[in-house]
Ligand binder design. Structure first.
Ligand code: UDP
Length: 323
């Protein structure tokens, strides 16, 4: 039995619920706060009767609630955020306010007790950079402010600046992680994520919708691998004040992804392409390639992704088949 008390904001989300599982399996005590905006009670139903699991359904904007939870815990993972390209394009005000204010509250409260905070950021911050593979100290290339998509990258970049500033200026121990397309069971396609969307389309025999030409690439990190790295970075004292890319470096085009999903599900779905303007909004900009350099987190905590893309897809297909 371990006795670390861990607070996870966004703990009913896809990644937060897997992180809760990992700490409870280790014997630690887990507290979560989630407003169920993009998270879901289904993600934590299996944990509700666990003696060492405690959940609060509330927003991270509720300062007294956050302060009380921070008081009770030793370390904090700040995962609560507005995520998903579709959600961001449709609700930019909600995205900016959730991401910036939420982080302000969590860092300010954690600072009062000097409790270590890991802030989840995103590969989206590399924006239009073409310096592939992306390294943590590389430039972030923001798109125009008239394109709603970039509000997510900017809001997360502000979160990063703030977390690093708290370390530099106030010696609050903070760590920033940039997650690259984390995927696996429990992820919903509702907010635009491609793998659950393709899997559900394939299983239902509906057309698989590839946006743009399908030549754009991504690297998909398995949630189990990602969570393992998060736990290790939290355990390690010299991770503070630093930024780490986390994900897989197995690059795949979205067209190839659609073909693999179709073949692994044995689906007769047609693969169709759809212009970005139609899929998101007029003038939408995508990144042609997004590949992380993961050598830093590898050197820090021995991280290497263990799950290949086909294994990841099989786990997601099995999850949606069993539902
Ligand atoms: N995408 C797609 N069809 C979909 C959803 C997404 O072709 O139904 C594409 C999307 O345009 C992007 C990639 O898949 O190029 C990954 O999208 P996702 O929203 O999962 O994550 P992103 O990397 O864009 O944050």
């Amino acid at each position: 039995m371990n006795d670390l008390r861990v607070l996870i904001t966004g703990g009913a989300g896809f990644i937060g619920s897997h992180l809760s599982d990992a700490y409870l399996e280790r014997g630690d005590e887990v507290f979560i706060i989630d407003d169920l905006s993009t998270g879901s009670i289904d993600n934590i139903t299996h944990l509700k009767s666990h003696a060492r699991f405690h959940y609060t359904i509330d927003s991270v904007h509720n300062q007294p609630a956050v302060a009380e939870l921070i008081d009770q815990c030793d370390v904090i993972f700040h995962l609560a955020a507005a995520v998903g390209v579709k959600l961001i394009v449709e609700s930019p005000v909600h995205t900016i306010e959730t991401n910036v204010r939420g982080t302000e509250v969590v860092l300010a409260q954690a600072n009062k007790k000097k409790k270590k905070v890991l802030v989840a950021s995103t590969s989206e911050v590399y924006g239009l950079s073409t310096e592939v593979p992306f390294k943590e100290d590389g430039n972030l290339v923001m798109g125009a402010t008239t394109k709603g998509r970039w509000s997510y990258a900017c809001s997360k970049a502000i979160d990063e600046f703030l977390a690093l500033a708290y370390w530099r200026e106030k010696k609050l121990p903070t760590v920033v992680v940039r997650l690259f397309n984390t995927v696996g069971p429990r992820q919903t396609g509702q907010y635009g994520m491609v793998i659950p969307t393709f899997v559900k389309q394939a299983l239902a025999g509906r057309p698989i919708t590839v946006y743009g030409t399908g030549e754009q690439t991504r690297c998909f990190g398995y949630v189990g691998d990602v969570v393992g790295a998060l736990v290790k970075l939290m355990d390690k004292d010299d991770s503070v004040g630093q930024v780490f890319n986390i994900g897989s470096d197995e690059e795949v085009s979205i067209m190839e992804l659609a073909e693999r999903v179709k073949s692994l599900t044995g689906s007769s779905s047609e693969i169709v392409t759809m212009p970005y303007d139609e899929a998101y909004e007029e003038g939408f900009e995508d990144m042609p390639r997004r590949v992380p350099d993961i050598s830093k987190v590898g050197a820090a905590v021995g991280f290497r992704p263990t799950m290949k893309l086909d294994g990841i897809l099989e786990s997601v297909i099995e999850y949606y088949r069993s539902r």
